[in-house]
Design a binder for this molecule. Structure first.
Ligand code: AMP
Ligand code: MG
Length: 400
């Protein structure tokens, strides 16, 4: 059977970055730039005062007092030149008058009937911001693939980019299936349960930066599933079906997708939980067949869908940070040892990893407690307390 890393590789090979889109600057927050962006002009665009004070020529300061020839406010277009032996009142951000080489802050002087009295000798360049000292003209501001944070948004505004080309957020349709399911707001009758997964999967899509499209829930019939998938493909970049992907009598997803002409990339992965996971491609769009057990559903999203969405969004870092953990208690495998097992763990200081409660694939509350996954590779049937295991830190961002 296909191994976990091979399956992830197949997913990422099929997940292409989405075509770039030009969006208003604020909408670009959190998205990856689709191209290198250079500053057409220097920032600041002109040399200006860093303080409210007096612009002067340092060489003229020796007498200790200078006549004040005028005022230069911020935004002044035609700034008078500084005459010999004079000072000009100047405000923060105002263009430096020609001839001035320093600004003395207002706090350091006294003013007397049209004169400014200095308390010391200014240093050339003091309190002056040079044109281009922040960003030179032609300088690289953002490189393709960089994520736009609030600081990038501000800098792009400063260099005159009110819009920016980014990789857009993928639209992710989520279709849950199962005759046993009712809405979160309904009281389940006999034999029925609430549809938790439509919420957890849509929340994961949102948390990944994508746009979730929760679709109407589908009963276990071929026709209903076929219609739902067809409609979802019309609207979404990625489709997640949930449940009905295994070998039960009412598991129609595989057959429906293939009847619809979707190409099967794989079905079944040597892993626990989540072994019936499948990936199909239809006209370049990914369709994940995700098993219905609530923990399996979330783990499959975390392990395969999230990195795929990140690749579509043009991010450079696709995977959560990893580190080596130390199992706090002994662990014994049940079932086939030739599969990767994802344990939900709480990773603490020094990499100590304790199981986040019982590990059944229906124990959704364990996902609330876990901050990491311990990936037990194929092979060992048991691990001693103190054994080293690779951890994926699922509460930490990929891009830091
Ligand atoms: P399935 O993959 O359809 O065979 O479902 C496996 C298990 O997950 C069954 O116990 C289902 O009742 C449960 N399940 C399937 N879909 C959901 C869902 N959307 N929310 C909560 N539990 C689900
Ligand atoms: Mg089902």
């Amino acid at each position: 059977m296909l191994g976990y890393l091979e399956a992830r590789k197949l997913v990422l090979e099929r997940a292409e970055p989405l075509p770039p889109r030009r969006v208003p600057l604020l909408e670009a927050l959190g998205l990856a730039a689709a191209e290198d962006i250079r500053a057409a002009e220097p920032v600041p665009p002109f040399t200006n005062s860093a303080m409210d004070g007096f612009a002067l020529r340092c060489g003229d300061a020796a007498p200790g007092r200078l006549p004040v020839a005028g005022t230069v406010p911020a935004g002044m277009a035609e700034v008078p030149a500084l005459g010999p032996g004079e000072a000009l009142r100047i405000m923060t951000g105002a263009p430096l008058p020609a001839g001035a080489d320093a600004v003395v802050p207002i706090e350091f002087v006294r003013e007397e009937a049209g004169w400014v009295v200095l308390s010391g000798a200014p240093r050339p360049g003091a309190n002056i911001r040079l044109a281009g000292e922040d960003i030179p003209a032609g300088g690289l501001v953002v490189s393709a693939g960089a994520v736009l944070r609030p600081a990038e948004v501000g800098v792009l505004a400063a260099i005159g980019c009110p819009e920016v080309r980014v990789r857009p957020r993928p639209r992710v349709a989520v279709i849950t299936t199962g005759n046993e399911l009712v809405d979160a707001g309904d009281r389940p009758g006999p034999g029925r349960i609430r549809d938790a997964n439509i919420h957890s999967l849509c929340a994961q899509a949102m948390a990944a930066g994508a746009i979730p499209l929760p679709r109407p829930r589908v009963e276990d019939s071929r026709e209903a599933v076929a219609r739902a998938v067809r409609d979802a493909l019309d609207e979404a970049d990625v489709v997640l079906t949930n449940g009905g992907i295994s070998v039960g009598d009412f598991d129609f997803i595989k057959a429906v997708l293939e009847d619809h002409g979707a190409e099967r990339v794989f079905w079944k992965v040597a892993q626990k939980p989540g072994s019936p996971l499948g990936l199909w491609v239809h006209r370049g769009k990914l369709i994940f067949g995700i098993p219905g057990n609530p923990v399996a559903a979330m783990l499959m999203f975390e392990t395969y869908v999230r990195p795929a969405l990140r690749r579509m969004m043009g991010y450079r870092n696709l995977h959560r940070p990893e580190r080596t953990g130390i199992l706090e208690a002994a662990w014994k495998r049940s079932g086939d040892p030739m599969r990767t097992e994802f344990l939900r763990v709480v990773a603490g200081p020094g990499g100590r990893a304790a199981l986040a409660g019982p590990q059944g694939s229906g124990i959704l509350s364990g996902m609330m407690r876990a901050n990491a996954l311990a990936l037990i590779p194929e092979g060992p049937t048991a691990l001693e307390a103190g054994a080293e295991v690779p951890l994926q830190l699922i509460d930490e961002a990929e891009d830091h």
